[in-house]
Design a protein around this ligand. Structure first.
Ligand SMILES: [Fe+2]
Length: 296
């Protein structure tokens, strides 16, 4: 690995976060439909892999190698006790804002600016208040970066662990380095799961989605929780994979996850939202759903 790539993966905690999101936009251009299982597109996926930047490729290599069933279960034990901090949504937002991207000199927008752009587009489209709030908070789990977690354990497309890796996951060839792909307990179609056991019973690769879901799960309506928990689960909501692990409930909720995805991908812009103007609306919104302090 070159020094420059290594610096990005271990240095500025936000460098890969931004590059991963750019790569998602290349793979899923605006107005491209979600795929059904069986759609032919392996070749196209390989093309995106071939043209991906070296940092993005190296990021996926590490992600796919290290996200094992045991790793995910250990991270869940480590973080989901939520005993790191007690803070409100606004304090978490300030904390997230300390994550800056010094790889991109064109933009000095903060993480909250991007979240406001997402939320404001949802609001302009006339969606309910809980949907707007979901847009505003959905990436707060990226504070995992600030707890010293490596970027491949914070962002990246998520996928089930403990069962066979789908070849429709981007850079699936890197799963060859993942010990689970050699383990007969984990490399079968169902692995450790039962047919249609429901996603709530499935361990996805560890990252910011599952973490934030656990922080907010008592306070938001079910479609919001699905959006938060599965917004990076591209193999499911964009590639039509893993239907055999889902319940009827999950299938019912998939449409909400898909409704959220365009706001996640296509609302970033260089224009800074006017926070002073927007602040009263968002303070009311946060107060409507959340207590003053949450466990993180
Ligand atoms: Fe995210």
């Amino acid at each position: 690995m070159s020094n420059a790539i290594n610096d990005k993966l271990t240095g500025s905690p936000n460098a890969i976060v931004e590059e991963w999101e750019e790569f998602l936009k290349e793979r899923y251009p605006e107005n491209a439909p979600a795929r059904q299982n069986g759609d032919k597109k392996a070749e196209q996926l390989r093309n995106y892999e071939n043209t991906a930047r070296p940092t993005v490729r190296e990021f996926y290599r590490q992600n796919h190698r290290h996200q094992t069933y045991d790793f995910v279960r250990q991270k869940r034990r480590e973080f989901l006790g939520l005993n790191r901090r007690a803070m409100g949504i606004w304090e978490a937002m300030d904390f997230l804002n300390t994550l800056v991207d010094d790889s991109d000199p064109d933009t000095d927008l903060s993480q909250m600016d991007h979240l406001l752009q997402t939320a404001e587009q949802i609001r302009r489209d006339g969606h309910p208040r809980w949907f707007i709030l979901t847009g505003f908070i959905h990436d707060l789990g990226k504070i995992l970066c600030l707890f010293g977690e490596p970027q491949w354990a914070v962002v990246g497309d998520t996928f089930p662990v403990g069962a066979a890796f789908s070849d429709k996951i981007v850079f699936s060839k890197f799963f060859g380095d993942n010990p689970d792909s050699q383990n007969p307990r984990y490399n079968a179609r169902l692995g450790v799961y039962d047919e249609n056991c429901g996603l709530d019973n499935v361990c996805l690769s560890w990252g910011h989605d599952e973490y934030l879901y656990n922080v907010v799960k008592d306070y938001m309506p079910k479609p919001a929780l699905y959006m938060i928990r599965y917004h990076s689960f591209y193999p499911w909501h964009r590639e039509g994979q893993y239907d055999y692990l889902t319940s009827n409930d999950d299938r019912e909720m998939l449409k909400w996850v898909q409704a959220f995805n365009p706001y996640d991908l296509y609302t970033k812009s260089a224009e800074r939202p006017n926070f002073k103007e927007l602040q009263p609306f968002y303070e009311d919104l946060v107060r409507e759903f959340f207590p003053p302090v949450l466990k993180w």
